[in-house]
Design a protein around this ligand. Structure first.
Ligand code: ADP
Length: 277
């Protein structure tokens, strides 16, 4: 495919908007993220910033594909062709981002999923937790708020732990109260963070065991950036877990590659008529 073809993938999440532009060869030429999600100006702003960074306009795009919680924000003449489930996008993205990956763990702001994929990035099976915030990025965001730190600081805090102060509440609201009372009782913050990470790890490992863990295992989504949590999860499931600094863009990357696949399969007409609201 010509290298002057450009494809946009946008993942409008519950907490963050991510967008990726790939060229005709599937190489990433731009990526942008804003820490606000569906219903905010962030999706539009990430798209504008990504287009500007490679000096093109929306008219230069040969295809757009949207995924995530707010994917219906992308207007299209053919909805089926333009909006793709996060599962398919994460499967497609992970198969390109990593080599020989069979199990993909995605923990985002609102849900946690474990996917089994084949060599081509097709989804074979999955399980997900989307009914409550426990075990998701939201749970970690709430706990970071209790400590008055950023969610990106939790990993370093966990590294300083000397033991694990376990958190027994399974509901985020009750767990928040439990964390506050453990703090008041004098437990060091790093040990409580270790307990919080263990709580996410045990939920995620439970999902992974349900779907069946086949190596190689990769972790994507924003929570993959939490190194301490990922290392604890490796220990718990008994397999190394690979990841990438690009992990949070995996869904948007997969969406861009799917837009490219569709274009290659001849859906050019649909691609030309779509736009991002
Ligand atoms: P969504 O698509 O639902 O918006 P993401 O995959 O973008 O979810 O992940 C968002 C979550 O990732 C946040 O809720 C937060 O807990 C976590 N996160 C984001 N950035 C970091 C970081 N630098 N370090 C650790 N965790 C992070």
């Amino acid at each position: 495919m010509a290298n002057n073809n450009f494809f946009l993938g946008i993942d409008i999440g519950s907490t963050a908007s991510k967008c990726v532009i790939v060229d005709g060869e599937g190489n990433v030429i731009a990526h942008e993220k804003k820490d606000s999600g569906a219903g905010t100006p962030a999706p539009r702003e990430t798209v504008d910033a990504a287009l500007a960074s490679c000096n093109i306009t929306e008219d230069d795009l040969s295809g757009i594909c949207a995924t995530g919680y707010g994917r219906n924000l992308v207007k299209a003449t053919n909805e089926a062709a333009r909006q793709v489930s996060e599962l398919s996008c994460h499967a497609r993205g992970a198969a390109s981002l990593f080599t020989d990956v069979k199990t993909v763990i995605d923990i985002g702001g609102q849900d946690a999923k474990v996917l089994r994929i084949d060599d081509k990035g097709n989804l074979e099976n999955f399980v997900m937790n989307d009914k409550c915030a426990a075990g998701t990025g939201r749970f970690l965001d709430v706990m970071a708020g209790v400590f008055g730190c950023k969610v990106s600081d939790l990993s370093k805090l966990d590294e300083q732990s000397t033991e694990t102060t376990s958190i027994s509440s399974t509901c985020t609201v009750f767990a928040e109260s439990e964390v506050i009372s453990k703090l008041s009782a004098g437990n060091p913050i790093p040990n409580i963070v270790a307990g919080i990470d263990e709580s996410v790890v045990s939920r995620t490992a439970g999902l992974a065991r349900r779907v069946g863990i086949v190596p190689k295992v990769a972790m994507v989504g924003g929570v993959a950036l939490n190194d301490s949590l990922r290392r604890r999860l490796e220990k718990e499931i008994g397999y190394p877990i690979i990841t990438s600094s690009f992990a949070q863009f995996n869904g948007a990357f997969g969406a861009a590659l799917i837009a490219r696949d569709k274009y290659a399969a001849g859906s050019r007409k649909v691609a030309e008529k779509s736009s991002v609201s």
